[in-house]
Write a protein that binds this ligand. Structure first.
Ligand code: DP6
Length: 415
């Protein structure tokens, strides 16, 4: 009879949003970018992936479940991550249970992987970034790999480029690297999550009927057809990266906001410069930009920065709680929920921002005054699905409490 022990590890990894965008690869297979990028890690309390990985001599093949449904691991990106981590596996011993796995055993042993996002995968909130980062981090711990998080980021990168930035909390830089094998294309922390902790992040999940072009396909077409991308990667981004790092280190919000908005807008301009053009933002996205721009202008100094990835959702970074509360009032004025939606399921995450904004129920939303900086402001009921209030957050952690594991310690199958 086959031995029946199961050893497992559970990890939790955050998602991230780029403030200087990665768009375009110089090597598709290794996932090497055409420029550096910088991101902020979002608080895993509100947005994260939890992954349990297990090994047992009784497993017949590698298997994976995502949000409870079995998915195929045959894709090249999964295979690359699994191969790279297996190559770095070391001896593992559980003395109490008398189990010993030696370095060379890992080639023959199979793993089970169960992964769960605490936010809707379909919302387009960088679930692949948190997912691949968590997969690589959890497998590295299970297999006792000695690599540090930067070295692990170079493996997560081969699952999805943006995933490499989810190996750290705070603000993170993905250095594009120079060498051909990609070993120097990895993430480093710029500052940790405590460095700039008055920032508040509000995500507007925008209702959309359109199937978007995937990042992978979109950036391939941009690289093939956009001359603007060449200029961006060579001339613009290198200078912006230096300025962005300075702004973050000095907590210079005006400069941070200016660079963040400009880089998001240039990324979408590069998409428009692609043949055929790619449109990720929609009318609602444009209205949110205009709301923030008008407000920032009327105050005289930036209160909020906006950034949009490959979809219509807005990520809004407010200077502090006061600015965040004012922002939420404006957003709820323009985009009130449908009449059948409760406020509690319309504003998710850190609800204390709602309190700061003096909003307790739908009646308060109805009674909000129009923002003074806009005349004849219309309201767009139902154009936003929901908001998530969050903040910069920490990097990956191991969850030692077995009750948080997604696989059964006896069978190694989903609980
Ligand atoms: C617009 O990391 O999803 O979010 O490397 O092909 O998996 P692949 O692409 P992905 O692209 C992310 C693009 C972006 C900008 C960013 O996160 O920097």
């Amino acid at each position: 009879m086959a031995e029946s022990w199961v050893i497992m590890v559970t990890a939790q990894t955050p998602t991230n949003i780029a403030v200087i965008k990665y768009w375009g690869k110089r090597d598709e297979k290794l996932i090497l970018p055409v420029n550096d990028s910088i991101s902020v890690t979002l608080d895993p309390v509100h947005l994260c992936t939890t992954t349990t990985v297990a090994v047992s001599p009784s497993f017949a093949q590698d298997r994976m479940w995502l949000n409870g449904k079995e998915i195929s691991l045959s894709g090249g990106r999964y295979q690359n991550c699994l191969r790279e981590i297996r190559a770095r596996a070391c001896d593992v011993e559980d003395k109490e249970r008398g189990i010993k796995i030696s370095k060379k055993d890992w080639e023959k042993l199979h793993v089970h992987i169960a992964s769960y996002n605490n936010f809707p995968t379909a919302a387009g909130l960088a679930s692949s970034a948190a997912g691949f980062a968590c997969l690589v981090f959890a497998l590295a711990k299970l297999m006792n790999a000695k690599e540090d998080n930067s070295e692990l980021s170079a493996i997560a990168r081969q699952g999805s480029g943006s995933a490499c930035r989810s190996l750290f909390g705070g603000f993170v830089k993905w250095k594009m690297g120079k060498v051909e094998d990609g070993s120097d294309s990895l993430a480093v922390q710029v500052v940790d999550e405590k460095h700039w902790d008055d920032l508040v992040i509000i995500i507007a999940v925008v209702s959309s009927r359109q199937k978007e072009t995937s990042s992978t396909t979109g950036m391939r077409e941009t690289v093939e057809t956009s001359l603007l991308l060449q200029h961006r990667a060579k001339e613009i981004v290198p200078k912006r990266i230096v300025q962005m790092e300075e702004s973050i280190k000095n907590r210079n919000f005006a400069s941070f906001a200016h660079l963040t908005c400009a880089d998001s807008n240039q990324f979408h301009a590069v998409c428009m410069d692609t043949c055929p053009p790619i449109f990720y933002m929609n009318d609602t996205s444009h209205r949110i930009i205009s709301c923030v721009e008008k407000w920032n202008r009327s105050v005289g100094t930036p209160q909020v920065a906006y950034t949009f990835d490959a979809g219509p959702n807005a990520v809004l970074i407010a200077h502090n709680r006061k600015a965040a509360a004012q922002l939420l009032q404006k957003l709820l004025f323009y985009f009130p929920p449908n009449s059948d939606t409760e406020l509690n399921s319309y504003v998710l995450g850190d609800k204390s921002i709602l309190k700061d904004a003096g909003i307790e129920d739908l009646k308060d939303v109805e009674a909000l005054p129009p923002p003074p900086e806009i005349k004849d402001a219309p309201r767009y009921k139902g154009d936003v699905s929901y908001f998530i209030c969050t903040r910069p957050g920490r990097g990956p952690v191991l969850l030692s409490d077995e009750s948080q594991a997604l696989l059964s310690p006896e069978t190694g199958l989903p609980k």
